[in-house]
Design a protein around this ligand. Sequence first.
Ligand SMILES: C[S@@+](CC[C@H](N)C(=O)[O-])C[C@H]1O[C@@H](n2cnc3c(N)ncnc32)[C@H](O)[C@@H]1O
Length: 284
Amino acid sequence: MTPLDYEYLRRLLRERSGLDLSADKQYLVESRLVPLARRNGLTGIGELVQKLKAGSDALTIDVIEAMTTNETFFFRDKIPFDHLRQAVIPELLQARSAKRALRIWCAASSTGQEPYSIAMLLKEFAADLLGWRIEIVATDLSLGVLEKARAGIFSQFEVQRGLPIQLLVKHFRQVGELWQLNADIRAMVQHRQLNLLQDFSHLGTFDVIFCRNVLIYFDQDTKLGVFNRLARSLEPDGTLALGAAESIVGITEAFKPWPERRGLYRPNLTRDARSGLKLVAAAG
Ligand SMILES: C[S@@+](CC[C@H](N)C(=O)[O-])C[C@H]1O[C@@H](n2cnc3c(N)ncnc32)[C@H](O)[C@@H]1O
């Protein structure tokens, strides 16, 4: 791959998906895109770049999908789900007792393990949530992962990663070598395609946002823009959960950490004399 081809691909990926590749990731690009080029009858990266420059939307999508990391598993990192069970949901049960509605957004949901983990966890609160309107919105850039998520069919390997055996028995049905998630849990999650680089205000506001293990791939400016827009999509008493290697520190003041709840953040609000509660520093 020529340096110019690499620069073209880097810019394309940053602009379209937010993926920020450092200058030394040629090997990664080659290992993912040479097979893609061959599958499309092209000789290699040079020809692939020519086709992309000629304006092939389908190929651009394939390149983005080939370069994104979809790694996920049930109850990933455990701690955010413990916080949800022990602090976030109990608090919301009180705070939303009049409205009896909860909106949760999983903002880079990959093949569905994360939103379905949240749905299974909410089932533990079934008695308290009786008659409530519960929405779990799961979004991802990639149509491929959303299709798999919607199907709710997982391999033996996938259900062995993070899913307690009691939940496997309770919520899944074995179909040959695969496991089908039961319809009641699947029905709790709406899957939609969404690029976090684009406006998402049409989704409305949420009580909880899980945005985990995606911002880690973005550069600082892109992270700042997404954080500030996430802050506006969160209720003033809502909660943002980030991945274990992600933080707001040094990037935005639109959120502040939940004390004693690692990985959880709340909107950072000030009381403005004229307009009431206002987000701190959330432009962009
Ligand atoms: C590593 S997975 C994380 C999945 C899950 N949140 C977790 O922590 O297990 C990252 C996901 O982010 C998605 N993604 C990457 N760039 C995105 C973007 N610009 N907008 C929305 N989703 C994006 C990828 O398609 C991928 O499914």
